[in-house]
Design a protein around this ligand. Sequence first.
Ligand SMILES: NC(=O)C1=CN([C@@H]2O[C@H](COP(=O)(O)OP(=O)(O)OC[C@H]3O[C@@H](n4cnc5c(N)ncnc54)[C@H](OP(=O)(O)O)[C@@H]3O)[C@@H](O)[C@H]2O)C=CC1
Ligand SMILES: N[C@@H](CC=O)C(=O)O
Length: 435
Amino acid sequence: MTNPKPGLKVALLGCGVVGSQVVRLLREQADDLAARIGAPLELAGVAVRRPGRKRDVDLDPALITTDAEALVTRDDVDIVVEVIGGIEPARSLILAAMAKGKSVVTANKALLAEDGATIHRAARENGVDLYFEASVAGAIPLLRPLRESLAGDRIRRVLGIVNGTTNYILDKMDSTGASFTEALEEAQALGYAEADPTADVEGFDAAAKAAILAGLAFHSRVTAADVHREGITEITASDVASAKAMGYVIKLLAICAKTEDGRSIGVRVHPAMIPRSHPLAGVREAYNAVFVEAESAGRLMFYGAGAGGAPTASAVLGDIVAVARNRLAGTVGPEELTYADLKVHPMGETITRYYVSLDVADKPGVLARVAEVFARHDVSIQTVRQEGRGDDAQLVLVTHQATDAALSATVQDLGRLDIVRAVASVMRVEGDDTP
Ligand SMILES: NC(=O)C1=CN([C@@H]2O[C@H](COP(=O)(O)OP(=O)(O)OC[C@H]3O[C@@H](n4cnc5c(N)ncnc54)[C@H](OP(=O)(O)O)[C@@H]3O)[C@@H](O)[C@H]2O)C=CC1
Ligand SMILES: N[C@@H](CC=O)C(=O)O
């Protein structure tokens, strides 16, 4: 009979929405996990901020500590799982753990998008693993496919819905005609949106995820500060209805794309109209989905739960198993590669299509004057349609591809025309192959 391998000890930082589910799964699936890894996992301790707080999982009080640093540097700990979130103390704790030779699993998109370079360098220098599958799109296996399964291909574009809260809000606005405020209140009542929803509705959460995705897809260093970001707070019920009337739906998209010449990348998060026939249009409620376009693989779509305790804990557990296997084998997983070192180009150079809605005077010659402004900035109009009459007249235009800078200049000049009462709405149009 062979001797069973000694167990691996896991230190958990944080026991909130995600951490409590990590504890539950570690416990409930202990035998399966041991069989898959080849050695049992043992919870060494759980660091929290408020030890007396009621939690979604029963914890042996002997495991709980508020001294996270002492926990992560304990000699017997092999793997540190960080699900505290935010920049500090998460960063210092991860660095302290790595300096002591511990492998790290984290779900912390904010930290990786702000200072991934420091964390990845520390992992490399200390010869330990850094796995972070749960940091983007929760349960969806996405980062491992990008960095491993697609390592033999060239990715051209990643287009995704990576924030469940905003997708829920936009979906409700689309299906019920609700205003942004009404849909947000419903999302809060159901626990999708936080009491302070800023990170979600202003696009910060999606921008952090976009930075991580772009870095992996294009082997370059991308931070949250590189990402052009717009949220969904300005989207009106009338925008949603207008999109619907034209066969589109509005989604908050994260888009990471290489330019045609392959010299730079664009990374942006903003609401956009996509055709109702596009696979992302069918992503309802709080689900996430990411569409990857690669040179040889073609178009791939990854879909599933992007948030929530158990789904996110599933991704964390997958990383724990990978890291545990690596430790037993005396190896580490693939390093972060930034060899391509592509620069992120300014938003003005982004090329896409646009929807522009103008409140206009309803009289002969208006269309010609509006068209002249588009022509002056070399923005070609694909479709134009008038809605309403008299004082309620609106011109709704959809352009061919143009640069963001050209479109912005067009919109500025349109706003100066005496026949334009207001530029009611401007939105990018994505997801079809119209040039
Ligand atoms: N929730 C989700 O659906 C998803 C979350 N993530 C990421 O997972 C991570 C965790 O998120 P979530 O579980 O929702 O967060 P929660 O706010 O629910 O939990 C955070 C936990 O960290 C603990 N904590 C906070 N500060 C400290 C500190 N200084 N020292 C020790 N412990 C501390 C808290 O302790 P106490 O309980 O005592 O207050 C709490 O247990 C974040 O990085 C988040 O972005 C990723 C994907 C989805
Ligand atoms: N707040 C996020 C969940 C965590 O990543 C979302 O709504 O998708």
